[in-house]
Every structure is written in structure tokens, then in C-alpha cells.
Design a protein around this ligand. Structure first.
Ligand SMILES: [Zn+2]
Length: 621
């Protein structure tokens, strides 16, 4: 048995979660209000039988390890350690050879950082560096020590000589990123990567040093302003955020992470007692970095350097953040006494820390910010400015995971650039969905302008399938009126298998969808791409939604889900017919016969839809 399996066999997920908050029984399962999103009615379900949890409000879910990672804000190895202690399981971490290599790298980097720090405080040659930190940047000595800032001497082998004395090999220094391999063969085989530079150690979330950034001390035309550790066994540029180890507690406590561009901005902010701040180090935020932050909060505020909207790399990274489902706001730096804008948070804080606090308090939701700047910084009477604004804002709207918000901002953009909303909507649907599923989902969804979120095809499909698990007698009805095409892509394959199994069983209306036989059937037909975990999640939903319902009530609920799915499906067909008709009408050689048959089909489908809508309205009365 692997350590994770052994831990799972010894611990009960109900006990572990109950240590954090109380769970109440719901059918065969347990439920609570979700700790990971705000809600009034409980959507957080835990299955004792399957040892999994799932929240039907925010979509988070997983096993006991996933819960601890999310709840405690830990990476997997640390969650493993925590649960191993709880379970009394002994674990050997990783391959001993790799483990000792990693450990030696951590130790080596630790020694390098101590060396740079000692040099900064002790060496006469570090006088300029000390003056830079304390006089130019006005940092307090305790801040410099807390962030372990240092100075790399203007030498080719000062650090190497020091590390050799401590017993490290040059090969190890190269692998750790502090030394560079030398081409000529005389003398040492490597030289110091960082020379005459101000040193900023980079730590992982636990505070272990994994790399460093070296900033040039005096402006130079030939040397880069910043030199970074290259990718190593420990350091992966796109997966760390500068200062997160020091900011994570404050981020969790305030449920907000502020992202700045420069390392100095983060340090200055912490010194001003605004500690929920990390630095992106001047590059576009990656998905991994956003997910790292999401362990601590879903609310991100960005304070980027003064810049024309949307023109730097950092701004472009914002689209990623939106599609990860974060609430994003933007902090605008205030104006200086001379009327120009502060160039970065560091400059603003050094002038007056109160201005920084005020700027944070005035953060605007991201799209509001874009709209305000578009209205003031562009000349919207000009066609090309309208196009630029649309190009800037429309893709961001497409990344919103929420239909209501998407609809709201589409209207707003349509008004701003004076274009009909439906053209924007069409442009949005034509957009490739690179890097995010939300655009895809939006395009597949019912094209009604203000479809409520709950009405989404995905939620209705999930509800229908959960209802069938709770009331197997309804399978015959569902199979007769619902085709797999009506079901959302997430659940279409599972539904198809359910229909096939039901048919093979000769229309048996007592199928236990969670039982051995259907599981064996799915197993045998694994190639059809249905994952058994989907059934476990649906079983939880069945308990959550239907455990207090009578069979008749469940039947009524299923009828309503089927109708909604069918109406949604008809609207998608109508939309497609409309597009086909338009493109034929616009083509030079109009195919009149085809056009006539499309029109006929359009009329049939819209009559059917109208009939369903009427029924729906009369049912409501
Ligand atoms: Zn939730």
C-alpha cells in the first residue's frame, strides 16, 4: 500500500473535516456551509462511503488531501506530512537520492544568502549598496534583515570560494543557479552568476530559499538591470510569487491579495504595514501563480506601474486571472504634488504611506476600471479608437465565468462604442477559447441575453442526472424525451451510457445507478470516457437536492429540468439556423432552395419553442 492509500485507510474524512467545522447528516452523506465560498444554504457535501467532498456552490471538491491543501493553504507534500502525523503513518519522502540533492541545494542557497547578507553589512566594498537600501530606498535595517537583502561583490569567484570552503562542489553551485559554467579550462570550472548586484532572495511558500534576483547597482548600458536564477530543480519562474511566504497569513486573514510589479514595491508595502502584498516580478501572471494565490483568497487587487491601459505584459496576464474565476480589482496610483502620477507603489509609499492605503481602499473592479479609462483616455468619436477599446475590453468580458456579469458588461460596452450588442456577442462567440474553458462554455450556452446562472445547461444536466439516481423509476421517461445532445458536454457521455445500460436491461425501472452492476458496465466500456468520479459527485448532489423529496416531487423536478434542457437545445438550434440563413443570404450565389428549407425548419423549431414557452408561462400562473 502506498503512504497515501494507507493514510486514507486509517483516517475518516468525516472526522478530519469535523475538526474544522460541524457536519450535519443529509441522506447517506453529510453537509455543511462551504468554507471556500460565501453562502447561506449549505452546498458542501461529504461522502463517507466514497471519502470525498464536493461543493455544488463553487465547484471545489476532492479527497482528504485536497481538503487539507485548500483549508490549510498547503502544498501536497506538506498536506501529506500533516495527515501522516494524524494517521500515525511513517513516510519516506521521495527518492532518497533526489531528496538529498534537493536538501543540499536548499542548504547551498541558504549559505549563499547568508554570505550576501554578511557582505552587505560587513564589507567596506558594500558601502554604495548599503546607502542604496537605506538612503535611496529609505528601508529600515530590520526590513533589510527580514527580507534577507544582500550584496554580491564585484568579483568572479567571491561566492564560489566561500561555498568551496563549506564543502560544496562547483557542479552543485551551477545546478543551484548561483554559478555559471566557464568555457576555458584553466582554474575553476565556474564563475559567480551575480557580481556587483543588490541581492533579493526568492523563497517558496514555506519560506525556503529557492533562488535569487540580482539588481544592478549603477545604471549600465551593457548589463541587464535584473539577473535571475535560471530554472533549476527548485526554482521555476512561473510558479513563485515574490514575498508570498511573508504575505500568505495576511492574505488569508484579509481575504485579499495585492499584486505589485516590483520586488521593492512589495518590500516597501510590508514595511508600511500592508502585508497582504506579493510581487509578480514584472512579468505576466501565469495560471500556476494565480492558483497559488487562490489557495489563500479569490480576491486579487493589482497595482501596476503607471502605463497606458493594456500595453504592458503584466496587463495582458490579467485575462488569465479572470478565467480562473477570481474577483479582480485594480489599484490606481495617486497623483504626485507635481501633478504626475507616482510611477510605482514604492515611490508612492516613500512619499506618504497613507496615500498607498487610500489607493487600496479605492480599488475598482477591473472592468469598471477599463471602462472608465476607455471613456477618458480614448477619443470614442473616432472609429479606430472604438476598435482599440473593443479589442481591449471584449476578450476580458469573454473570460468572465458568470453569464450575468458577461451580459451586463456586453451591454455596457455596446453603449460605450455605440455598436449593437448582438454584433459584440457574435464577435465574442467567434473568439478562440485559448487558455480557458469559460469562453467555450459561454458560446455553447443558450444565447438568451439574460439567462439566469441557475438556468445553465450544465446545472440542469447535473440536476437531471442526480434526480435519476434518486428516482430510478423516472429513467424511462427521461430516455424517451431527452437525447444526449441536450445534455451539457460534461455529462453527455455519462447520460449516453445510462440510456444504453437502461435499454440493455430491458427498461428496468429499479436500476441502482451507484451499484456494482452499473459500475462493472462502465468499467467494461471505459473507452467511452465516463469517469466513475462523476457518479460519486452526482450521488452527493442527489442527497443534497432530493433526500427530503417524495417520489412525486422528484418527478416534477425532473420534468422541469427536462423542459429547460429541451428549450435550451431548441434555442441553440435556432441560433445555428439563423447563422446559416444569414451566411447564405450574404453569399454571392444565393442557394434559394436551401434557403427555403432552412426557413421552413426555422419556423417549425420556433413554433415548438413558442409552444414550450407558453406551457411554461401557463404552468406558472
Ligand atoms: Zn463552495
Amino acid at each position: 500500500m502506498s503512504p497515501t492509500e494507507e493514510i486514507k485507510s486509517r483516517l475518516d474524512i468525516i472526522d478530519v473535516i469535523s475538526e474544522y467545522f460541524p457536519l450535519k447528516p443529509a441522506g447517506a452523506n453529510w453537509r455543511a456551509r462551504c468554507p471556500f465560498h460565501e453562502e447561506r444554504t449549505p452546498s458542501f457535501m461529504v461522502s463517507k462511503a466514497k471519502q470525498i467532498w464536493h461543493c455544488f456552490g463553487c465547484g471545489e471538491g476532492g479527497d482528504i488531501f485536497g481538503f487539507i491543501m485548500k483549508q490549510e493553504g498547503l502544498e501536497f507534500p506538506d498536506a501529506l506530512r500533516l495527515l501522516a502525523d494524524k494517521a500515525g503513518v511513517q513516510i519516506k519522502f521521495e527518492d532518497p537520492a533526489i531528496r538529498s540533492e534537493r536538501q543540499r541545494m536548499f542548504n547551498l542557497l541558504e549559505a549563499a544568502v547568508s554570505f550576501w547578507s554578511e557582505v552587505l553589512w560587513q564589507e567596506r566594498a558594500a558601502e554604495t549598496a548599503r546607502r542604496y537600501f537605506m538612503e535611496e530606498r529609505k528601508l529600515k535595517p530590520e526590513t533589510i534583515r527580514a527580507w534577507r537583502l544582500g550584496y554580491a561583490l564585484d568579483s568572479w569567484e567571491a561566492l564560489i570560494n566561500h561555498l568551496v570552503k563549506l564543502g560544496y562542489k562547483e557542479e552543485e553551485m551551477i545546478k543551484s543557479g548561483v554559478a555559471v559554467r566557464k568555457m576555458e579550462t584553466r582554474g575553476r570550472s565556474a564563475y559567480d552568476r551575480f557580481r556587483n548586484r543588490l541581492m533579493f532572495p526568492i523563497a517558496n511558500t514555506q519560506g525556503q530559499v529557492i533562488g535569487a534576483t540580482g539588481r544592478i547597482l549603477s545604471a549600465s548600458a551593457t548589463e541587464a538591470k535584473y539577473v535571475n536564477t535560471p530554472e533549476t530543480l527548485l526554482y521555476h519562474k512561473g510558479q513563485v510569487l515574490y514575498g508570498l511566504d511573508k504575505a500568505k497569513a495576511a492574505i488569508k486573514q484579509q481575504n485579499l491579495a495585492i499584486v505589485v510589479e516590483g520586488n521593492m514595491d512589495a518590500i516597501a508595502s510590508h514595511e508600511a504595514d500592508v502585508a497582504n502584498v506579493v510581487a509578480s516580478s514584472g512579468t505576466a501572471l501565469t495560471v500556476e501563480q494565480v492558483r497559488l494565490l487562490k489557495r489563500f483568497t479569490d480576491n486579487l487587487a493589482f497595482a501596476f506601474d503607471a502605463d497606458a491601459a493594456g500595453e504592458s505584459a503584466t496587463w495582458r496576464g490579467l485575462a488569465t486571472v479572470l478565467s480562473e474565476g477570481c474577483q479582480v480589482s485594480l489599484i490606481s496610483l495617486p497623483l504626485r504634488p507635481d501633478g504626475k502620477r507616482f510611477k510605482d507603489p514604492d515611490e508612492c509609499i516613500r512619499a506618504n504611506p497613507k496615500l498607498w492605503l487610500e489607493a487600496i481602499a479605492k480599488a475598482e473592479p477591473m472592468l469598471e476600471h477599463y471602462f472608465r479609462r476607455a471613456a477618458t483616455e480614448y477619443d470614442l468619436t473616432k472609429l479606430e479608437d472604438k476598435q482599440r477599446v473593443t479589442k481591449l475590453i471584449l476578450p476580458l468580458i469573454g473570460r468572465l465565468p458568470d453569464q450575468v456579469a458577461m451580459s451586463h458588461y456586453l451591454k455596457k460596452l455596446a453603449n460605450l462604442v455605440e455598436v449593437q450588442e448582438r454584433y459584440l456577442r457574435e464577435a465574442l462567440e467567434r473568439q478562440p477559447s485559448a487558455g480557458g474553458g469559460s469562453v467555450q462554455r459561454a458560446a455553447n450556452a443558450v444565447p438568451a441575453a439574460s439567462a439566469p446562472v441557475k438556468d445553465s445547461r450544465w446545472a440542469q444536466s447535473e440536476r437531471l442526472l442526480a434526480g435519476l439516481i434518486a428516482a430510478p423509476a423516472q429513467m424511462g421517461y427521461a430516455a424517451a424525451v431527452t437525447t444526449p445532445e441536450m445534455i451539457s458536454p460534461e455529462y453527455a457521455a455519462l447520460y449516453r451510457e445510462m440510456v444504453v445500460f437502461f435499454t440493455e436491461q430491458g427498461g428496468n425501472d429499479k436500476i441502482d445507478w451507484l451499484g456494482q452492476e452499473f459500475a462493472a458496465y462502465l468499467n467494461k466500456n471505459a473507452a467511452n470516457g465516463v469517469s466513475p468520479e462523476q457518479l460519486s459527485v452526482l450521488a452527493l448532489l442527489a442527497d443534497k437536492e432530493f433526500s427530503d423529496f417524495t417520489p412525486l416531487e422528484i418527478e416534477r423536478e425532473l420534468l422541469s429540468s427536462v423542459n429547460r434542457l429541451k428549450r435550451g437545445h431548441l434555442r441553440v438550434i435556432l441560433q445555428k439556423l439563423e447563422n446559416d440563413i444569414r451566411s447564405i443570404e450574404q453569399s454571392p450565389a444565393k442557394d434559394e432552395d436551401r434557403l427555403a428549407s432552412l426557413f421552413k425548419e426555422f419556423q417549425t423549431v420556433s413554433a415548438e419553442l413558442a409552444k414550450m414557452d407558453n406551457n411554461k408561462n401557463s404552468n406558472r400562473k
